[in-house]
Structure formats: structure tokens, C-alpha cells
Design a protein around this ligand. Structure first.
Ligand SMILES: Cc1ncc(COP(=O)(O)O)c(C=O)c1O
Length: 407
């Protein structure tokens, strides 16, 4: 249709969940103010030089040379078939005892969340999430018409005592019990914190006691900068109730749109039944050729180092530029730092002034499912901006906070 203004509205035909806006995100008017000159510390995008263009080209050549008639055919070739096994091998290295029949490939972790929700949830079901948690995941979960209940996060990840208290309260008051708990245990988005081993074990005990699925989103698990890995929830679980999600978005490229879910074979089969648009077989073949050439194993240590340097730079800029009373997390991996402003400052109300000074961040409110959560908090991403931009952006943020405090 050439003239959009003449297009008939189809809004009256939208599904109820679409009309409720459950799957959307209300960012606020500030997005209109951002210009190409604004230092952008909002989204968790990998930095452009991290993309392995030459290596992917080489993998594509391998694929076309070795499987010229099948690389692009329905079903793909042997490389495409190999990818689930490669994911299983790599997951075993991280302590998850699994085989390829327990791996379902997805169009990224987000698609994995959607398929799990479609498989387990009915409208009106209760889902527990971390508070705060990743905006997009929350939007996907809420698009299923469920009630989301946020459980507070502190420096050791989700507060399992608060979780236990809420579970007990709901049981006592005969409220809907959660079917699913969605957690990002490593270098959480948005706080950067990691769930301690003790809390992981307690979470699994509670999941057994109250009978819910634990959806473990491990998007950043391979990007640890220092210290020991904490075992994935899936590796600690002997009841089969953890579904583990991973993605190549952060270690290869988001444009690849490929991730995975690891669960019991029967659950994988059930997930597969609803998973009508799985990843394309050509991309799967390409990724398998890329991994078999050793490119991913070589890239991960380099990525860890590069993101660690960025984190260090951001933290030292915060140290230099933030007025007293501002606090922030120091993540041991991943892409994000969570900043808490002195009580009374509103990070969203402050955003326009920050953009005028040349920096944009995401206000804390976006990471909560309640109206009032995270008002004095904000998320900074150190994954994409250059060192110079980080310096300039944090200086602008410091000036903005100082000006607000002086008001
Ligand atoms: C916790 C978390 N899960 C999932 C995703 C998205 O993963 P994918 O690109 O594989 O859908 C992100 C990306 O920002 C994330 O931070």
C-alpha cells in the first residue's frame, strides 16, 4: 500500500494480548531525543570489531565446498546435523551432562523463552522473575497473558529467602503458585550480579518443594572475566526441572540468531512440537563449520579479555566522575553495570538532561514489571561504546547527576 494514511486499521482484529500491549515495551519519549552524537550506553550490543567476518566467510566456503548440493537444501547437510552435538559437547565442558537429544536449537535465547512459555503457560498462570530482569525477556513472558511476580535481586543474585517467603505466602493465601521461575544466574541483565552456589542449590530445593520449572537464561555464561565459574543450575539439578538456554549472540554475533535450549529429552521433544520456526539449516551448517574449525574456542578468551578491559574502563570512569552517594555493581562478566543513584533522584526524569549533555542509558523502570521499581536506578552497557565514548559518556552522566543533586 503506497499511502499509509489510507490503510484501514486492523486494530479491532488484534488478539487480546496485542491490545493489552503485553509484548511491547514503553520506552518513553526520550528515545526521540537521541542523536548519532549521543554516547549510547543503552543496549547490550557487541562491539563491531568483535564480529568474526573473515572466519564466518571461511566457514561458509568450507560448507559450500564440502556440501554444495545440501548446504542450501531443505534439511541442510551433515554440518547442520552436527550443531546440536557441538552445543552438547560445549555444554559438557561447562558441567552440563547432556547429549544431543537433550538440545533443541532455537532462533536465539529469546525465541527459546517464547517456546518454553508456549509449552508450559496458560493465560493467568503465575511466573516468578527476578526484580529487576531483562526487559525483552519480561515482554516475551508477559505476552503470554501471565501474572509476573518479581523477586528482589541483591549482590548474590536473586534473594532466595524472599522467594521462599513469597512462595509460602501464596500457598497460605491460596494464590496461584508459579509454574516457572525465569532467572539469569550469570552476570545478570541488568545488574551484572551472579547467583551464588548456595543460592542456586536453595533455588533448586524450592523448585522441587513447590513444583515449578526453572528457566535458566545463560546468555553471558561464557563471558566471565575473572574468578571461578559457578556451576549452571542445569548441572546441579537432578530432578529434570531446569531448562537451560544459551545463545551464540554474544560470542559470535546477534545477527546469527541462533541459540539453544537444554532439557530432558522428553521436554525437548515437547518443545520441538511447538517450535515451528526453528533456526535455518544453512546458518546451523555455517555455525558447525565455524566451531569445527576451532574459531569459537579461539574467540572466547579474546572476547573475555576485550569485555573485561571495557568493564574496567567503565568502572574507572565511574570512580572518577560520579558524585558521592552513587553506587554501582562490579560484574565479573557479561555486558552491564547497574547504577543506584541517591534516594530521591529519578533516573528516568534525569534522562532528558543526560541526553542533552551527550549520554543515554536505560532507566531502571524498564527492568521491572511494577510501576514503581528501579526509579533511582539505571543500566549502563559497556559492550559496544568505544573507550573514548565511555569516558565522554560517563563524564556527562556525572555532570547530570551532580546537577540534579544541586537542584
Ligand atoms: C539475558 C538475556 N537473554 C537473552 C538475550 C537475547 O538473546 P538472543 O539474541 O539469543 O535472543 C539477551 C540479550 O541482550 C540477554 O541479555
Amino acid at each position: 500500500m503506497s499511502d499509509e494514511s489510507d490503510a484501514p486499521s486492523l486494530a479491532h482484529l488484534y488478539a487480546e494480548r496485542t491490545r493489552r500491549g503485553d509484548g511491547g515495551i514503553d520506552y518513553g519519549a526520550w528515545r526521540e531525543l537521541v542523536t548519532p552524537e549521543t554516547v549510547n550506553l543503552t543496549y547490550g550490543f557487541p562491539f563491531p570489531d568483535s564480529f568474526p567476518n573473515a572466519e564466518l566467510l571461511d566457514a561458509a566456503e568450507t560448507l559450500f565446498e564440502e556440501e554444495p548440493e545440501r548446504a542450501l537444501q531443505y534439511g541442510g547437510g551433515d554440518y547442520a546435523d552436527e550443531l546440536a552435538g557441538i552445543v552438547a559437547e560445549r555444554s559438557q565442558d561447562r558441567g552440563i551432562d547432556c547429549h544431543e537429544g537433550e538440545v533443541m536449537l532455537t532462533n536465539g535465547a529469546t525465541n527459546g523463552i517464547d517456546v518454553v512459555c508456549r509449552t508450559f503457560l496458560d493465560p493467568g498462570d503465575a511466573v516468578f522473575v527476578e526484580a529487576p530482569s531483562f526487559t525483552w525477556s519480561l515482554a516475551v513472558i508477559r505476552s503470554h497473558g501471565v501474572e509476573t511476580v518479581g523477586i528482589e535481586v541483591d549482590d548474590d543474585g536473586v534473594d532466595v529467602e524472599a522467594l521462599e517467603a513469597e512462595l509460602a505466602r501464596r500457598r497460605r493465601e491460596d494464590l496461584a503458585m508459579p509454574k516457572l521461575f525465569y532467572t539469569i544466574p550469570n552476570f545478570q541483565n541488568p545488574t551484572g550480579v551472579t547467583l551464588s552456589l548456595e543460592r542456586r542449590e536453595r533455588l533448586l530445593d524450592l523448585a522441587s518443594e513447590y513444583d515449578f520449572v526453572v528457566l535458566e537464561d545463560d546468555a553471558y555464561g561464557e563471558l566471565r572475566f575473572e574468578g571461578e565459574d559457578v556451576p549452571p543450575l542445569r548441572s546441579l539439578d537432578d530432578t529434570g526441572r531446569v531448562i537451560h538456554l544459551g545463545t551464540f549472540s554474544k560470542t559470535i554475533a546477534p545477527g546469527i540468531r541462533t541459540g539453544w535450549a537444554i532439557a530432558e529429552a522428553g521436554v525437548v521433544e515437547q518443545l520441538g512440537a511447538l517450535h515451528t520456526g526453528g533456526p535455518n539449516r544453512f546458518t546451523m551448517g555455517l555455525l558447525a563449520a565455524y566451531c569445527r574449525a576451532g574459531y569459537l574456542d579461539a574467540a572466547v578468551p579474546e572476547l573475555r579479555e576485550a569485555y573485561r578491559d571495557r568493564r574496567d574502563h567503565l568502572l574507572s570512569c565511574l570512580e572518577q566522575s560520579m558524585p558521592a552517594g552513587v553506587e554501582w555493581t562490579e560484574p565479573a562478566g557479561g555486558f552491564f553495570v547497574w547504577v543506584e543513584l541517591p534516594a530521591g533522584l529519578d533516573a528516568e526524569a534525569m534522562l532528558e538532561g543526560a541526553i542533552e549533555r551527550g549520554v543515554v542509558y536505560l532507566p531502571g523502570r524498564l527492568f521491572y514489571t511494577t510501576e514503581t521499581g528501579g526509579q533511582h536506578c539505571l543500566r549502563l552497557s559497556f559492550s559496544r561504546a568505544s573507550f573514548e565514548e565511555i569516558e565522554r559518556g560517563i563524564a556527562a552522566l556525572g555532570e547530570t547527576v551532580a546537577a540534579r543533586l544541586a537542584d
